[in-house]
Design a protein around this ligand. Sequence first.
Ligand code: AMP
Ligand code: MG
Length: 515
Amino acid sequence: MNLMETKIRKIDKNQIDKNVIEEAGALLRAGRLVAFPTETVYGLGADALQEEAARKTYEAKGRPSDNPLIVHIADYEDLKKIAVNIPPETDMLAAHFWPGPLTMIFEKSELVPYGTTGGLDTVAVRMPEDPVAAELIRAAGGFVSAPSANTSGRPSPTTAEHVEEDLGGKIDMILDGGAVDIGLESTILDMTVSPPMILRPGAITAEMFESVIGPVDVDSTLLSAESSQAPKAPGMKYRHYAPKARLVIVEGDLREEILAIRQLAFAAAREGRKVGIIATSETLPFYNYGIVKNVGTRENEKTIARGLYRVLREFDEEDTDTIYSESFAAQGIGKAIMNRLEKAAGHQRIAASEIVKLQKYRRITFVSGTDSARGPMAAELLRHRDLEQEYVIHSRGMVVLFPEPANQKAEAIMKSAQMTLENHNSRQFDQEDMQEDALILTISESEKEKILAEYGAGKNVYTLNEFTGDNTEIPDPYGKPLTAYGECYEVLDRLITRLADKLNSITEEKAWQEK
Ligand code: AMP
Ligand code: MG
């Protein structure tokens, strides 16, 4: 395909420049292609009544020509010119939802060429709300076909820059009206069946239709990913919106989703793989590994709809091999968000709980008497081991009167092994340390007994010897020369190696049991 010059014209919807609209309208009337903003996503406009213009649209997008286009109108009376046998509920629906993010499907009139409808006898019609779109449609003669202005298979464009990325050099003009409002494509409602049927979820939901015309059906292929049936909207069968990386949706309650994604990102980082994470303002601070992007806030799911395609495009610029996404509510606009996310993921999803239960312990606490030498040494040794999972590792003491730095001889020994206790401050063991996901390892038997006596049995409290199955006594170097600390270090080093092996084998064992 020969590249052409793509003119880019800024346009402000609050103060529409008539000259720009006239220039763009003339291009459309001449059978050329103009991308323009709508409230859903940017559309690739062409005159819907010219077969040749439809052909150009398919070519520019690289879209399969059996995937029909939506015809956009600006005035309700125009519907009668392109559709026949319009059912009576249409008036009510239009009164409530037009102009707006609703596409309705009707039997087509003679006026509409098969090139526009992908060979179908039906036509999809929408009246967009964006005033730039409405003015342009009028200037073009009233009927503008406009699929999303992206290359087929890429996320739909929510800014003029996205359009330029995909279609620069392939179309005549882009009207740049800034970022769109909704960010997901329109709801498609098939009016040729009774009751009408939703073929694609969007900002207008089944509940909203119900309050106007009573119950509507939902295309069953939208409900289950495994369905072998073809979806009723031809476009829904394609793996649209596909990012370059593998996208996996992590499903569960939010707490589990966060834990699972943390585990997956940690495992990837350990293997030297870069992963992406689709997070929200609320969950952003929980992730320490991977490239984390904020899609919006859970307080207002509209922001997530608006941010989704942007984030997917941004990930195409990063070289991540996998992107993990949190899930969103399956109500309201959340349904449309999940539908697009699942299509982008090619329906790959994992249950957060399956991942979460692979990791029994999330924190490891070493307990000694004063938390000044052996406990902190053990903790620091473990932090330097190659662990398959992420743990919060720290140390506590059973008799800590006030916080103190680590013993100086212990620090000297650690320094000579390229580690440090510099940031350590001793801390008293307390109830807070007894969490379900904590593994508590005591240096000697007496601390274990004390914990069990004070906080109750049945928790994960072991001596370090017991847990590692190695009975080498951990000598107490307190008050002795540096060499005694050195000997203590040697024993701890060996026990911690065994501990690391055991922690890593626990996860492997569990992972095998899952299979
Ligand atoms: P896009 O314009 O990129 O949002 O894609 C238009 C969507 O509308 C595609 O999923 C099409 O398959 C669907 N569509 C358009 N016309 C019809 C029709 N007559 N019957 C069913 N689905 C349609
Ligand atoms: Mg599209």
